[in-house]
Design a protein around this ligand. Sequence first.
Ligand SMILES: C[S@@+](CC[C@H](N)C(=O)[O-])C[C@H]1O[C@@H](n2cnc3c(N)ncnc32)[C@H](O)[C@@H]1O
Length: 310
Amino acid sequence: MNHIPVLLKESVHSLNIKKNGIYIDATYGCGGHTKLILSKLGNYGRIYAIDCDIKTILKYKIMDNRIIYIHNKFSNLKLILNKMIGKIDGIFFDLGISSFQLNNPKRGFSYMSNGPLDMRINQNNKITALNLLKNISEKKISEILKNYGEERYHKKIAYNIKKYILKNKLHNTYDLSNLICSTIIKNNKFKHPAKRSFQAIRIFLNKEIEELKKVLNISLELLKKNGIISIISFHSIEDRIIKNFMKKHSPYYKGNINSKLPLTEKEINYLYYKNNKFKLKIINRVFPSKNEIFKNPRARSAILRIAKKI
Ligand SMILES: C[S@@+](CC[C@H](N)C(=O)[O-])C[C@H]1O[C@@H](n2cnc3c(N)ncnc32)[C@H](O)[C@@H]1O
């Protein structure tokens, strides 16, 4: 199945595209959002299209001299685009992985098909999911499943992963998926028992949370005044980070600091905002419609957050 872009019109609309503007699509993927941005750009407009997966860029590259392709991780944006600081009109993120990556069994992201336990988004990285699981402790595996997958049975699954590794029984995605299915009690007929663990291992392996935290500050530096940051995330950990980041940079917390120590959370956030070099105005939060979720179930957990640099 081809990748269907999520919240396509809403996210591109949020960028308020100027004909000759300069934009960053930090998660190019299959080019769905870039294509729509491109259709609104004039001859002098530009898009920097970033993706850390070279196979994705090569497969979905559009030949258009207004796009500059960059194969790198988005946390390196400042290094790559240092001449563009303060010059970007909008930056867009559609976090996670595409259907192109998920549906290829060789990439090891899916518990629905069998393949090597790989899960690397950037295939230049050396460590695969299997290497990772072999080299970290049972306690660490348990922490990963709990923190990044909110998996209730994290301890039992971690114990069995290590047991399977010792017995040389863990090699591919089906081994892991079957191990999880036989470990936990299935209590939700709509969710595959291995969904949370696969997500957790992928997020940890690809340092997805660190990447996001790093790039938020960098994005603010790159944006010009009135530039837009627009981000689609797919799970609560990411959304919380984005929401808190936007709040901390915006006059969301009004009020004075007049209470005694210790300061309340609101007061700390207000101080943070006041002393911050870069400020944001929160514009909107958008969810996919029922119709979009019906047509593209992958959109189910998506949240788009939009803010403007002021
Ligand atoms: C959900 S897909 C984007 C799909 C795209 N918006 C579309 O509609 O075709 C996310 C893409 O971001 C890339 N990606 C994930 N983490 C990244 C990172 N830290 N740096 C650069 N690219 C990343 C993935 O390789 C994937 O191609």
